[in-house]
Design a protein around this ligand. Structure first.
Ligand code: HEM
Length: 206
């Protein structure tokens, strides 16, 4: 029998995930305001970029984990995890437009168009916006389950774009070890879905 938490345990799990997910932000904020960083801009840009990608992967891992463990309640954490990916993406983007470009829109747009790795990161960020905007129960009802699900499949594009952004940036520095690891993780997380989907279609046909 799969583990099924009672409402109190579930609320506790949600609170725990919320606090844990905020820890990287708290650490970055603490190190910055206490002046412990040699290069705060680079540290925050990299930290927020890393955590955006981690949360995208964690969010994508919920469904396979749920299926393998039969812990259906994990789905109740997925929305929060996805919103944390958006939260860190917003911080990442804010760092870029604020500290890299001081809100100079013309410069920002020039950079987005000129540097392919920024173009790709920007595309991933823009695609995340409708997902965050439709994450409420009211929006699920308004769109209808099927349309909402179709829209949220955009995450299957966003995660590879995030990896490509990372890869491109590191390839310029001849250092693709970590991006390669994330490419494999995202590919596996997407491949397992494809496999299950095909199995479902074949079972329905049979
Ligand atoms: C879903 C969206 C995004 C993801 C997953 C993401 C992820 C990342 C990651 C993992 C890094 C490298 C961190 C490291 O070196 O440890 C990074 C760096 C960076 N990202 Fe993003 N990013 C996203 C969107 C954006 C956007 C929208 C912009 C700006 C328009 C942007 C600009 C940058 C810049 C300037 C760097 C640092 C480049 C350098 O140090 O040379 N990213 N990002």
């Amino acid at each position: 029998m799969a583990f099924q938490p009672n409402p109190k345990q579930l609320a506790l799990a949600k609170a725990g995930v919320f606090v844990l997910a905020l820890l990287p932000f708290a650490r970055m904020a603490w190190l910055t305001v206490t002046g412990q960083l040699v290069e705060p801009l680079a540290f925050i840009t990299h930290g927020t970029g890393d955590w955006t990608l981690y949360f995208l992967c964690i969010t994508l891992a919920v469904t396979p984990l749920r299926r393998l463990s039969r812990w259906n309640w994990l789905l109740k954490l997925r929305r929060m995890l996805g919103l944390f990916a958006f939260f860190y993406a917003c911080l990442h983007f804010t760092t870029f437009i604020w500290f890299d470009h001081f809100f100079d829109l013309a410069e920002i747009w020039k950079d987005v168009r000129k540097r392919p790795f920024i173009t790709v990161g920007f595309a991933a960020f823009v695609l995340l916006i409708p997902l965050a905007a439709t994450s409420t129960n009211a929006m699920v009802r308004r769109l209808g389950g099927k349309r909402w699900q179709a829209l949220h499949r955009l995450v299957y594009l966003i995660a590879p774009l995030g990896v490509l952004h990372y890869w491109w940036m590191k390839a310029a520095k001849n250092n693709i070890g970590k991006p390669l690891l994330f490419a494999v993780i995202v590919a596996l997380l997407l491949a397992v879905r494809l496999y299950w989907n095909r199995a479902k279609v074949q079972a329905a046909r049979a």
